[in-house]
Design a protein around this ligand. Sequence first.
Ligand code: AMP
Length: 293
Amino acid sequence: MGIVTESEDERKISSESTAAEKKRWTLNDFDVGKPLGKGKFGHVYLAREKRSKHIVALKVLFKSQLKQSQVEHQLRREVEIQSHLRHPNILRLYGYFYDQKRVYLILEYAVKGELYKELQNCKYFSERRAATYIASLARALIYCHGKHVIHRDIKPENLLVGAEGELKIADFGWSVHTFNRRRTMCGTLDYLPPEMVESTEHDANVDIWSLGVLCYEFLYGVPPFEAKEHSDTYGRIVQVDLKFPPRPIVSSSAKHLISQMLVKNSSQRLPLHKVLEHPWIVQNADPSGVYRA
Ligand code: AMP
């Protein structure tokens, strides 16, 4: 059997067990091509599933490194969560397999690579581009939250770009499937909301905060609470020390939306469906959900 098609997949999902566990893949099922990148725990390669000729990204992780960093549990959770999500702005995880030394993740190939590099190249995005991205992320997060999944680690490094220029949320390493409120410290400080850096309870509204941080970074090229010292970033986050520099010039409507998402009290943050209705999004986001340069 080849890489499953969308409709085949839907049937698999409805049959209780994990899609990722359905087929026993091996490395022999793939022609492995050029390296696409290197991560903390291994490499990612372009690959083609031999029978279907489906192009994928094969992420190869070393068990020894996963063990050493004690992230096996995190990886298991990532696979379990990501393999069940189906959304145009969420990177598909088709399945996984392993051998003695390595774990392999079969991922959707994001042709245009990392958004982070794009942002570095451009320094900052136009309002049209930023709004299109924020709208697609809001839709993807609404979908996740509807399935009780909180991502908790939305940042440019975790966003890939598909062939049409559409954003794909990748890396569900910090995500949780939850019906409860959680108290866990995780993620890179810059994108964390006050309730997470202070280690108090948090819920799905953490993702609204991160979306606000991201919106700021898309428009200004730097995250809002950046500081030289870790402790200063911490201080700026808990005080919500939000400043809008004079350059680049950003519309007051965009600043208004950012201010509505970066609110200390998580229950007061603008709900994601209201983000989609905000005038800045309505006026700037491409209705197709795809940014075309
Ligand atoms: P990671 O280990 O997830 O950080 O991946 C390392 C690098 O490989 C990333 O920074 C990307 O440049 C590239 N990469 C990872 N996954 C994919 C994918 N699904 N499609 C295209 N490139 C990818």
